[in-house]
Design a protein around this ligand. Structure first.
Ligand code: FDA
Length: 306
């Protein structure tokens, strides 16, 4: 109930104004978001890389309905990639891109514009020697995102995809993408989805995650295990025991279970942290609150105690 209310609020402009105008929201947001600008992103990247973890950076933004805003997002990624290169950070840091932030949801030619914009980001990433992963948004965008992924992979075979275990279709998508060179980030899924397309019960989502993991670990691609769930991480480690440590990786979000991130990295695993930055934090922040009731309590407490 609380989860669906928060996920509905994540796409509600009234709720957005209310949450954004509360100055006391800020300290809670800072737990999950590295900062407002590229300088903050670079600082967080250097810190995470400093203790042996890897990074994927997300310039926050989604559901862009203006072409100029989509262009601004592309420019922000180009600036970010240039800065990563100038600080010598491209070895451990890549970028993650939401296609809705670069035009996918524009009413006219959205898909075409998103493809061209994503291509510009991929070209810049290729120049500085790093990679791009396409985030996955709600299920109405899955086919379009996988279509754009296919197009991008013709020129940039290293472009990564995200698949969401809560979708009933995902086990088959894993089979389709478990080929050599294919980077697949498997997560549970963070949007509000109907029962017709997504498992609603947490246990069913976990079972689907394990089935998908098996497909990816037995396949020829590069699985990226994106979860903070200790049981799924243990199962992934077990399934990966026949693989070399550099043929898969673990991933977690900035600000969530950082000690566990360091522990996994210290055991010789590739551990990548998803680092979001920018001032369009609202939707991302609300999804993080929805994932864990304790975050809401933490948020409310911080409002009450100031
Ligand atoms: P689960 O939610 O069951 O959490 C397991 C445990 O982790 C909790 O008990 C708690 O200890 C901790 N935890 C989890 N979430 C927390 C939070 N918000 N605050 C504090 N503790 C928390 N989704 C999507 O739909 N599209 C995408 O592109 C991506 N991309 C992505 C990249 C990466 C690197 C990660 C790690 C995750 C995503 N996600 C995503 C989000 C994902 O779908 C999912 O919502 C979250 O990872 C939470 O699910 P868990 O697997 O962590 O399990």
């Amino acid at each position: 109930m609380l989860r669906s209310t928060l996920l509905a609020a994540a796409r509600n402009q009234g709720a957005r104004k209310l949450v954004e105008s509360t100055p006391l929201t800020r300290p809670v947001v800072e737990r999950f978001v590295a900062g407002d600008d590229v300088d903050a992103a670079i600082r967080a990247t250097a810190e995470v890389l400093g203790d042996g973890r890897l990074v994927t950076l997300d310039h926050l933004g989604e559901d862009t309905f203006e072409e100029s805003q989509a262009n601004d997002t592309v420019e922000a990624y180009l600036t970010l990639l240039a800065r990563l290169e100038s600080y010598g950070l491209t070895n451990g840091a890549e970028v993650s891109v939401k296609l809705s932030a670069v035009g996918q949801s524009l009413p006219i030619d959205g898909e075409k514009i998103a493809l061209e914009n994503a291509r510009r980001i991929c070209s810049a990433a290729a120049v500085v020697g790093t990679t791009v992963t396409l985030d996955m948004e709600d299920h109405t965008t899955t086919d379009s995102t996988l279509g754009i992924l296919r197009e991008l992979r013709v020129d940039f075979p290293w472009v990564g995809a995200v698949l969401q275990a809560y979708l009933r279709r995902t086990e088959q998508d894993c089979r389709d993408l478990a080929y050599s060179g294919s980077r697949v980030r498997l997560c549970k899924g963070a949007y509000q989805e109907p029962a017709s397309v997504a498992y609603q019960d947490k246990h069913d989502v976990d079972l689907s995650y394990v089935r998908c993991l098996k497909v990816l670990m037995e396949g020829d691609g590069y699985p990226m295990v994106a979860s903070h769930d200790p049981r799924l991480i243990a199962i992934a480690a077990d399934l990966a025991s026949a693989r070399s440590k550099d043929s898969y990786e673990f991933q977690m979000l900035y600000g969530i279970r950082p000690e566990e991130q360091r522990r996994i990295a210290a055991e010789g695993n590739r551990m990548r942290v998803y680092v979001p930055y920018g001032d369009e934090w609202y939707g991302y922040f609300m999804r993080r609150l929805a994932e864990r009731p304790a975050n809401v309590a933490f948020f409310v407490r911080s409002l009450l105690t100031k």
